[in-house]
Design a protein around this ligand. Structure first.
Ligand code: SF4
Length: 432
C-alpha cells in the first residue's frame, strides 16, 4: 500500500525529533519476531559473499559503545572462542565450496586485544591463501592504539597484521579531548604516539590507515571537533570515518540532540574537506584518494550494492536475499557475557537456531538503513532487492523527498541534500 503525500508530510514532522530513526534497523528487535524461522540463514550460492569475524574482547570498556563486547578473558577462553570461530568458518566453506569471497573484515570489540593475536593472524593467513576472491577484494581489520602503540616492544602484532595480507587497518580515536573521553571511560593516546605507530604501519606495508571519529557525544563541542581536525592534519591518515553517537542499544537517558549532531557533522565535513579529504556531504567516510570510498570491500558492497555477508562469532549479523540472522549474544545482557563468560564456555558455535526469513520490503528497509551511512542509497540495488515494482510502490516517497528538497537523484543514487541530511534517519525512514 502506498502512503499519500499528505500522510508523508505528517509522518516526517512526527518522526523528525525522534532519535530512534537513525541507521539502526529494525527499530526494535520485536519488530521482526513474526518472521522468525527455524534453521540457519540460506545464501545465494551463485553470488559472492563477504565474511565478518567478530572478536568481542576489549582492554577497556567505553560507555558510549553499542557493540557486543567484554573484557579480554583468560587465554583458555580466548582459545575456546577462536577454535569455535575456526570450526564454524571451515564448516561454512565445506558447505559452500563454490562461493567467491568479496570481503573479509575482522572487527569487534578489539581484535588486537587478543593475547593470541599472532597465532590467530597466522591461521587467517593460511585460510585466505586457500580461498578465491573477486577482483577488488580488500580485507580490513580493526585495532586500537592502546593495544598497538607499544607493539614493537612486545608481540609485533602489527607485523602479523601485515603478514596476513591486511593493507587496511581501522582504529577508533572517537575524540582527542580528555574532557570528552575520560567520563566515557576511554583512554586518550597522544598524537605523538599515534603518529609514530602510523609511520611503523606504513613501513610494514599497511598502506590504508582509517581513523574513526565520533560526534554527538556527551560534552562534545565544536571546539573539541576543531581540535580533532587539527590532530587529523598532524596524523594524515589515508581515511577518516565519522560516526554519530547512537543510543538505541544503550541504557542511557542521554539523547544526542539532532541540531547539535548536524552542526558537529558539518564542522567535521568542512574540516576534512579543507584538509583535502574527499567525501560527499552526508556520507560518513572520507578518503585522501578521490576514487576510494574509504571502505573495505566488505563494507563497500554491503553498503552500496546490498550484497550478502556472513558473520562469525558472538552476535555477528548475516544477511542474504532470504533474510537476516544474528548469532547468539546479540540480545543477551552484556553483564551475562562479562561476568560469566557464559557464551565462550558453552558455545561451540554461535549460530542461532532461527533466522528472520524476511519479505522483500523488510530486506529493502534493512539495506536502506545500512546505506544511510553513505547519505543515500543505490536505486538500482533497491530495484534488485524489491523488483521493478519499486518505482510504483515508492514513487510518492521519492517525489516527496525531492519536492521538499530533502533528496536528489544523482545517477543511480538517491542522495540526501543538506536539508535532508539534517533529518537523515527520518527522511530514509519514509521508505519503511
Ligand atoms: S569503543 Fe572500541 S574499545 Fe571501546 S568498548 Fe567499544 S569496541 Fe571496545
Amino acid at each position: 500500500m502506498t502512503t499519500s503525500y499528505t500522510d508523508l508530510q505528517h509522518l516526517f514532522e512526527q518522526r523528525k525529533k525522534n532519535p530512534l530513526f537513525n541507521t539502526s534497523y529494525p527499530l526494535s528487535p520485536d519488530d521482526w519476531a513474526k518472521y522468525s524461522t527455524p534453521g540457519t540463514l540460506p545464501f545465494d550460492s551463485s553470488g559472492p559473499i563477504a565474511f565478518y569475524i567478530h572478536i568481542p574482547f576489549c582492554s577497556q570498556i567505553c560507555s558510549f559503545c553499542e557493540y557486543t563486547k567484554m573484557r579480554v578473558p583468560s587465554r583458555d577462553l580466548q582459545i575456546n572462542y577462536l577454535n569455535a570461530l575456526g570450526n564454524q568458518i571451515e564448516r561454512f566453506i565445506e558447505q559452500h565450496p563454490e562461493m567467491k569471497i568479496y570481503g573479509f573484515d575482522i572487527g569487534g570489540g578489539t581484535p588486537t586485544s587478543l593475547d593470541l593475536f599472532p597465532g590467530f593472524m597466522m591461521w587467517i593467513r593460511e585460510f585466505l591463501e586457500s580461498q578465491t576472491f573477486t577482483f577488488n577484494f580488500e580485507p580490513s581489520i580493526e585495532g586500537s592504539f592502546d593495544t598497538l602503540v607499544d607493539d614493537y616492544l612486545g608481540q609485533h602484532k602489527s607485523f602479523y597484521i601485515a603478514k596476513a595480507g591486511f593493507k587496511r587497518l581501522s582504529l577508533g580515536v572517537q575524540s582527542t579531548s580528555n574532557t570528552v573521553l575520560t567520563p566515557l571511560h576511554r583512554n586518550n593516546i597522544s598524537a605523538a604516539k599515534m603518529g609514530k605507530a602510523i609511520d611503523e604501519w606504513h613501513r610494514l606495508g599497511i598502506s590504508k590507515i582509517n581513523l574513526d571519529l565520533m560526534y554527538g557525544l556527551p560534552g562534545q563541542t565544536l571546539e573539541n571537533i576543531k581540535k580533532d581536525i587539527d590532530i587529523i592534519r598532524e596524523l594524515n591518515p589515508e581515511q577518516v570515518t565519522v560516526y554519530e553517537f547512537r543510543t538505541n542499544q544503550l541504557k542511557t537517558k542521554y539523547k544526542p540532540d539532532s541540531d547539535i549532531c548536524f552542526n558537529q557533522y558539518c564542522e567535521l565535513f568542512d574540516g576534512l574537506s579543507r584538509l583535502g579529504y574527499f567525501g560527499e556531504f552526508g556520507r560518513n567516510t572520507f578518503s585522501r584518494d578521490r576514487y576510494d570510498l574509504g571502505l573495505s570491500s566488505y563494507l563497500r558492497h554491503r553498503m552500496f550494492d546490498g550484497w550478502q555477508y556472513k558473520g562469525f562469532g558472538i552476535s555477528a549479523q548475516s544477511m542474504s536475499p532470504f533474510g537476516v540472522s544474528y548469532n547468539i549474544g546479540k540480545n543477551e545482557a552484556i553483564e551475562k557475557l562479562i561476568d560469566q563468560n557464559w557464551l565462550i564456555k558453552n558455545g561451540s558455535t554461535y549460530e542461532a537456531s532461527t533466522y528472520y526469513q524476511l519479505p522483500r520490503h523488510e530486506i529493502l528497509n534493512k539495506f536502506i538503513a545500512i546505506s544511510g551511512y553513505s547519505g543515500g542509497f543505490s536505486l538500482a540495488a533497491a530495484k534488485n532487492i524489491f523488483g521493478n515494482e519499486f518505482d510504483t510502490r515508492y514513487s510518492t516517497v521519492i517525489r516527496f523527498l525531492r519536492n521538499e528538497n530533502l533528496a536528489t537523484i544523482k545517477g543511480d543514487r538517491l542522495q540526501l541534500t543538506e536539508t535532508g541530511f539534517r533529518h537523515y534517519g527520518t527522511a530514509l525512514s519514509l521508505f519503511y
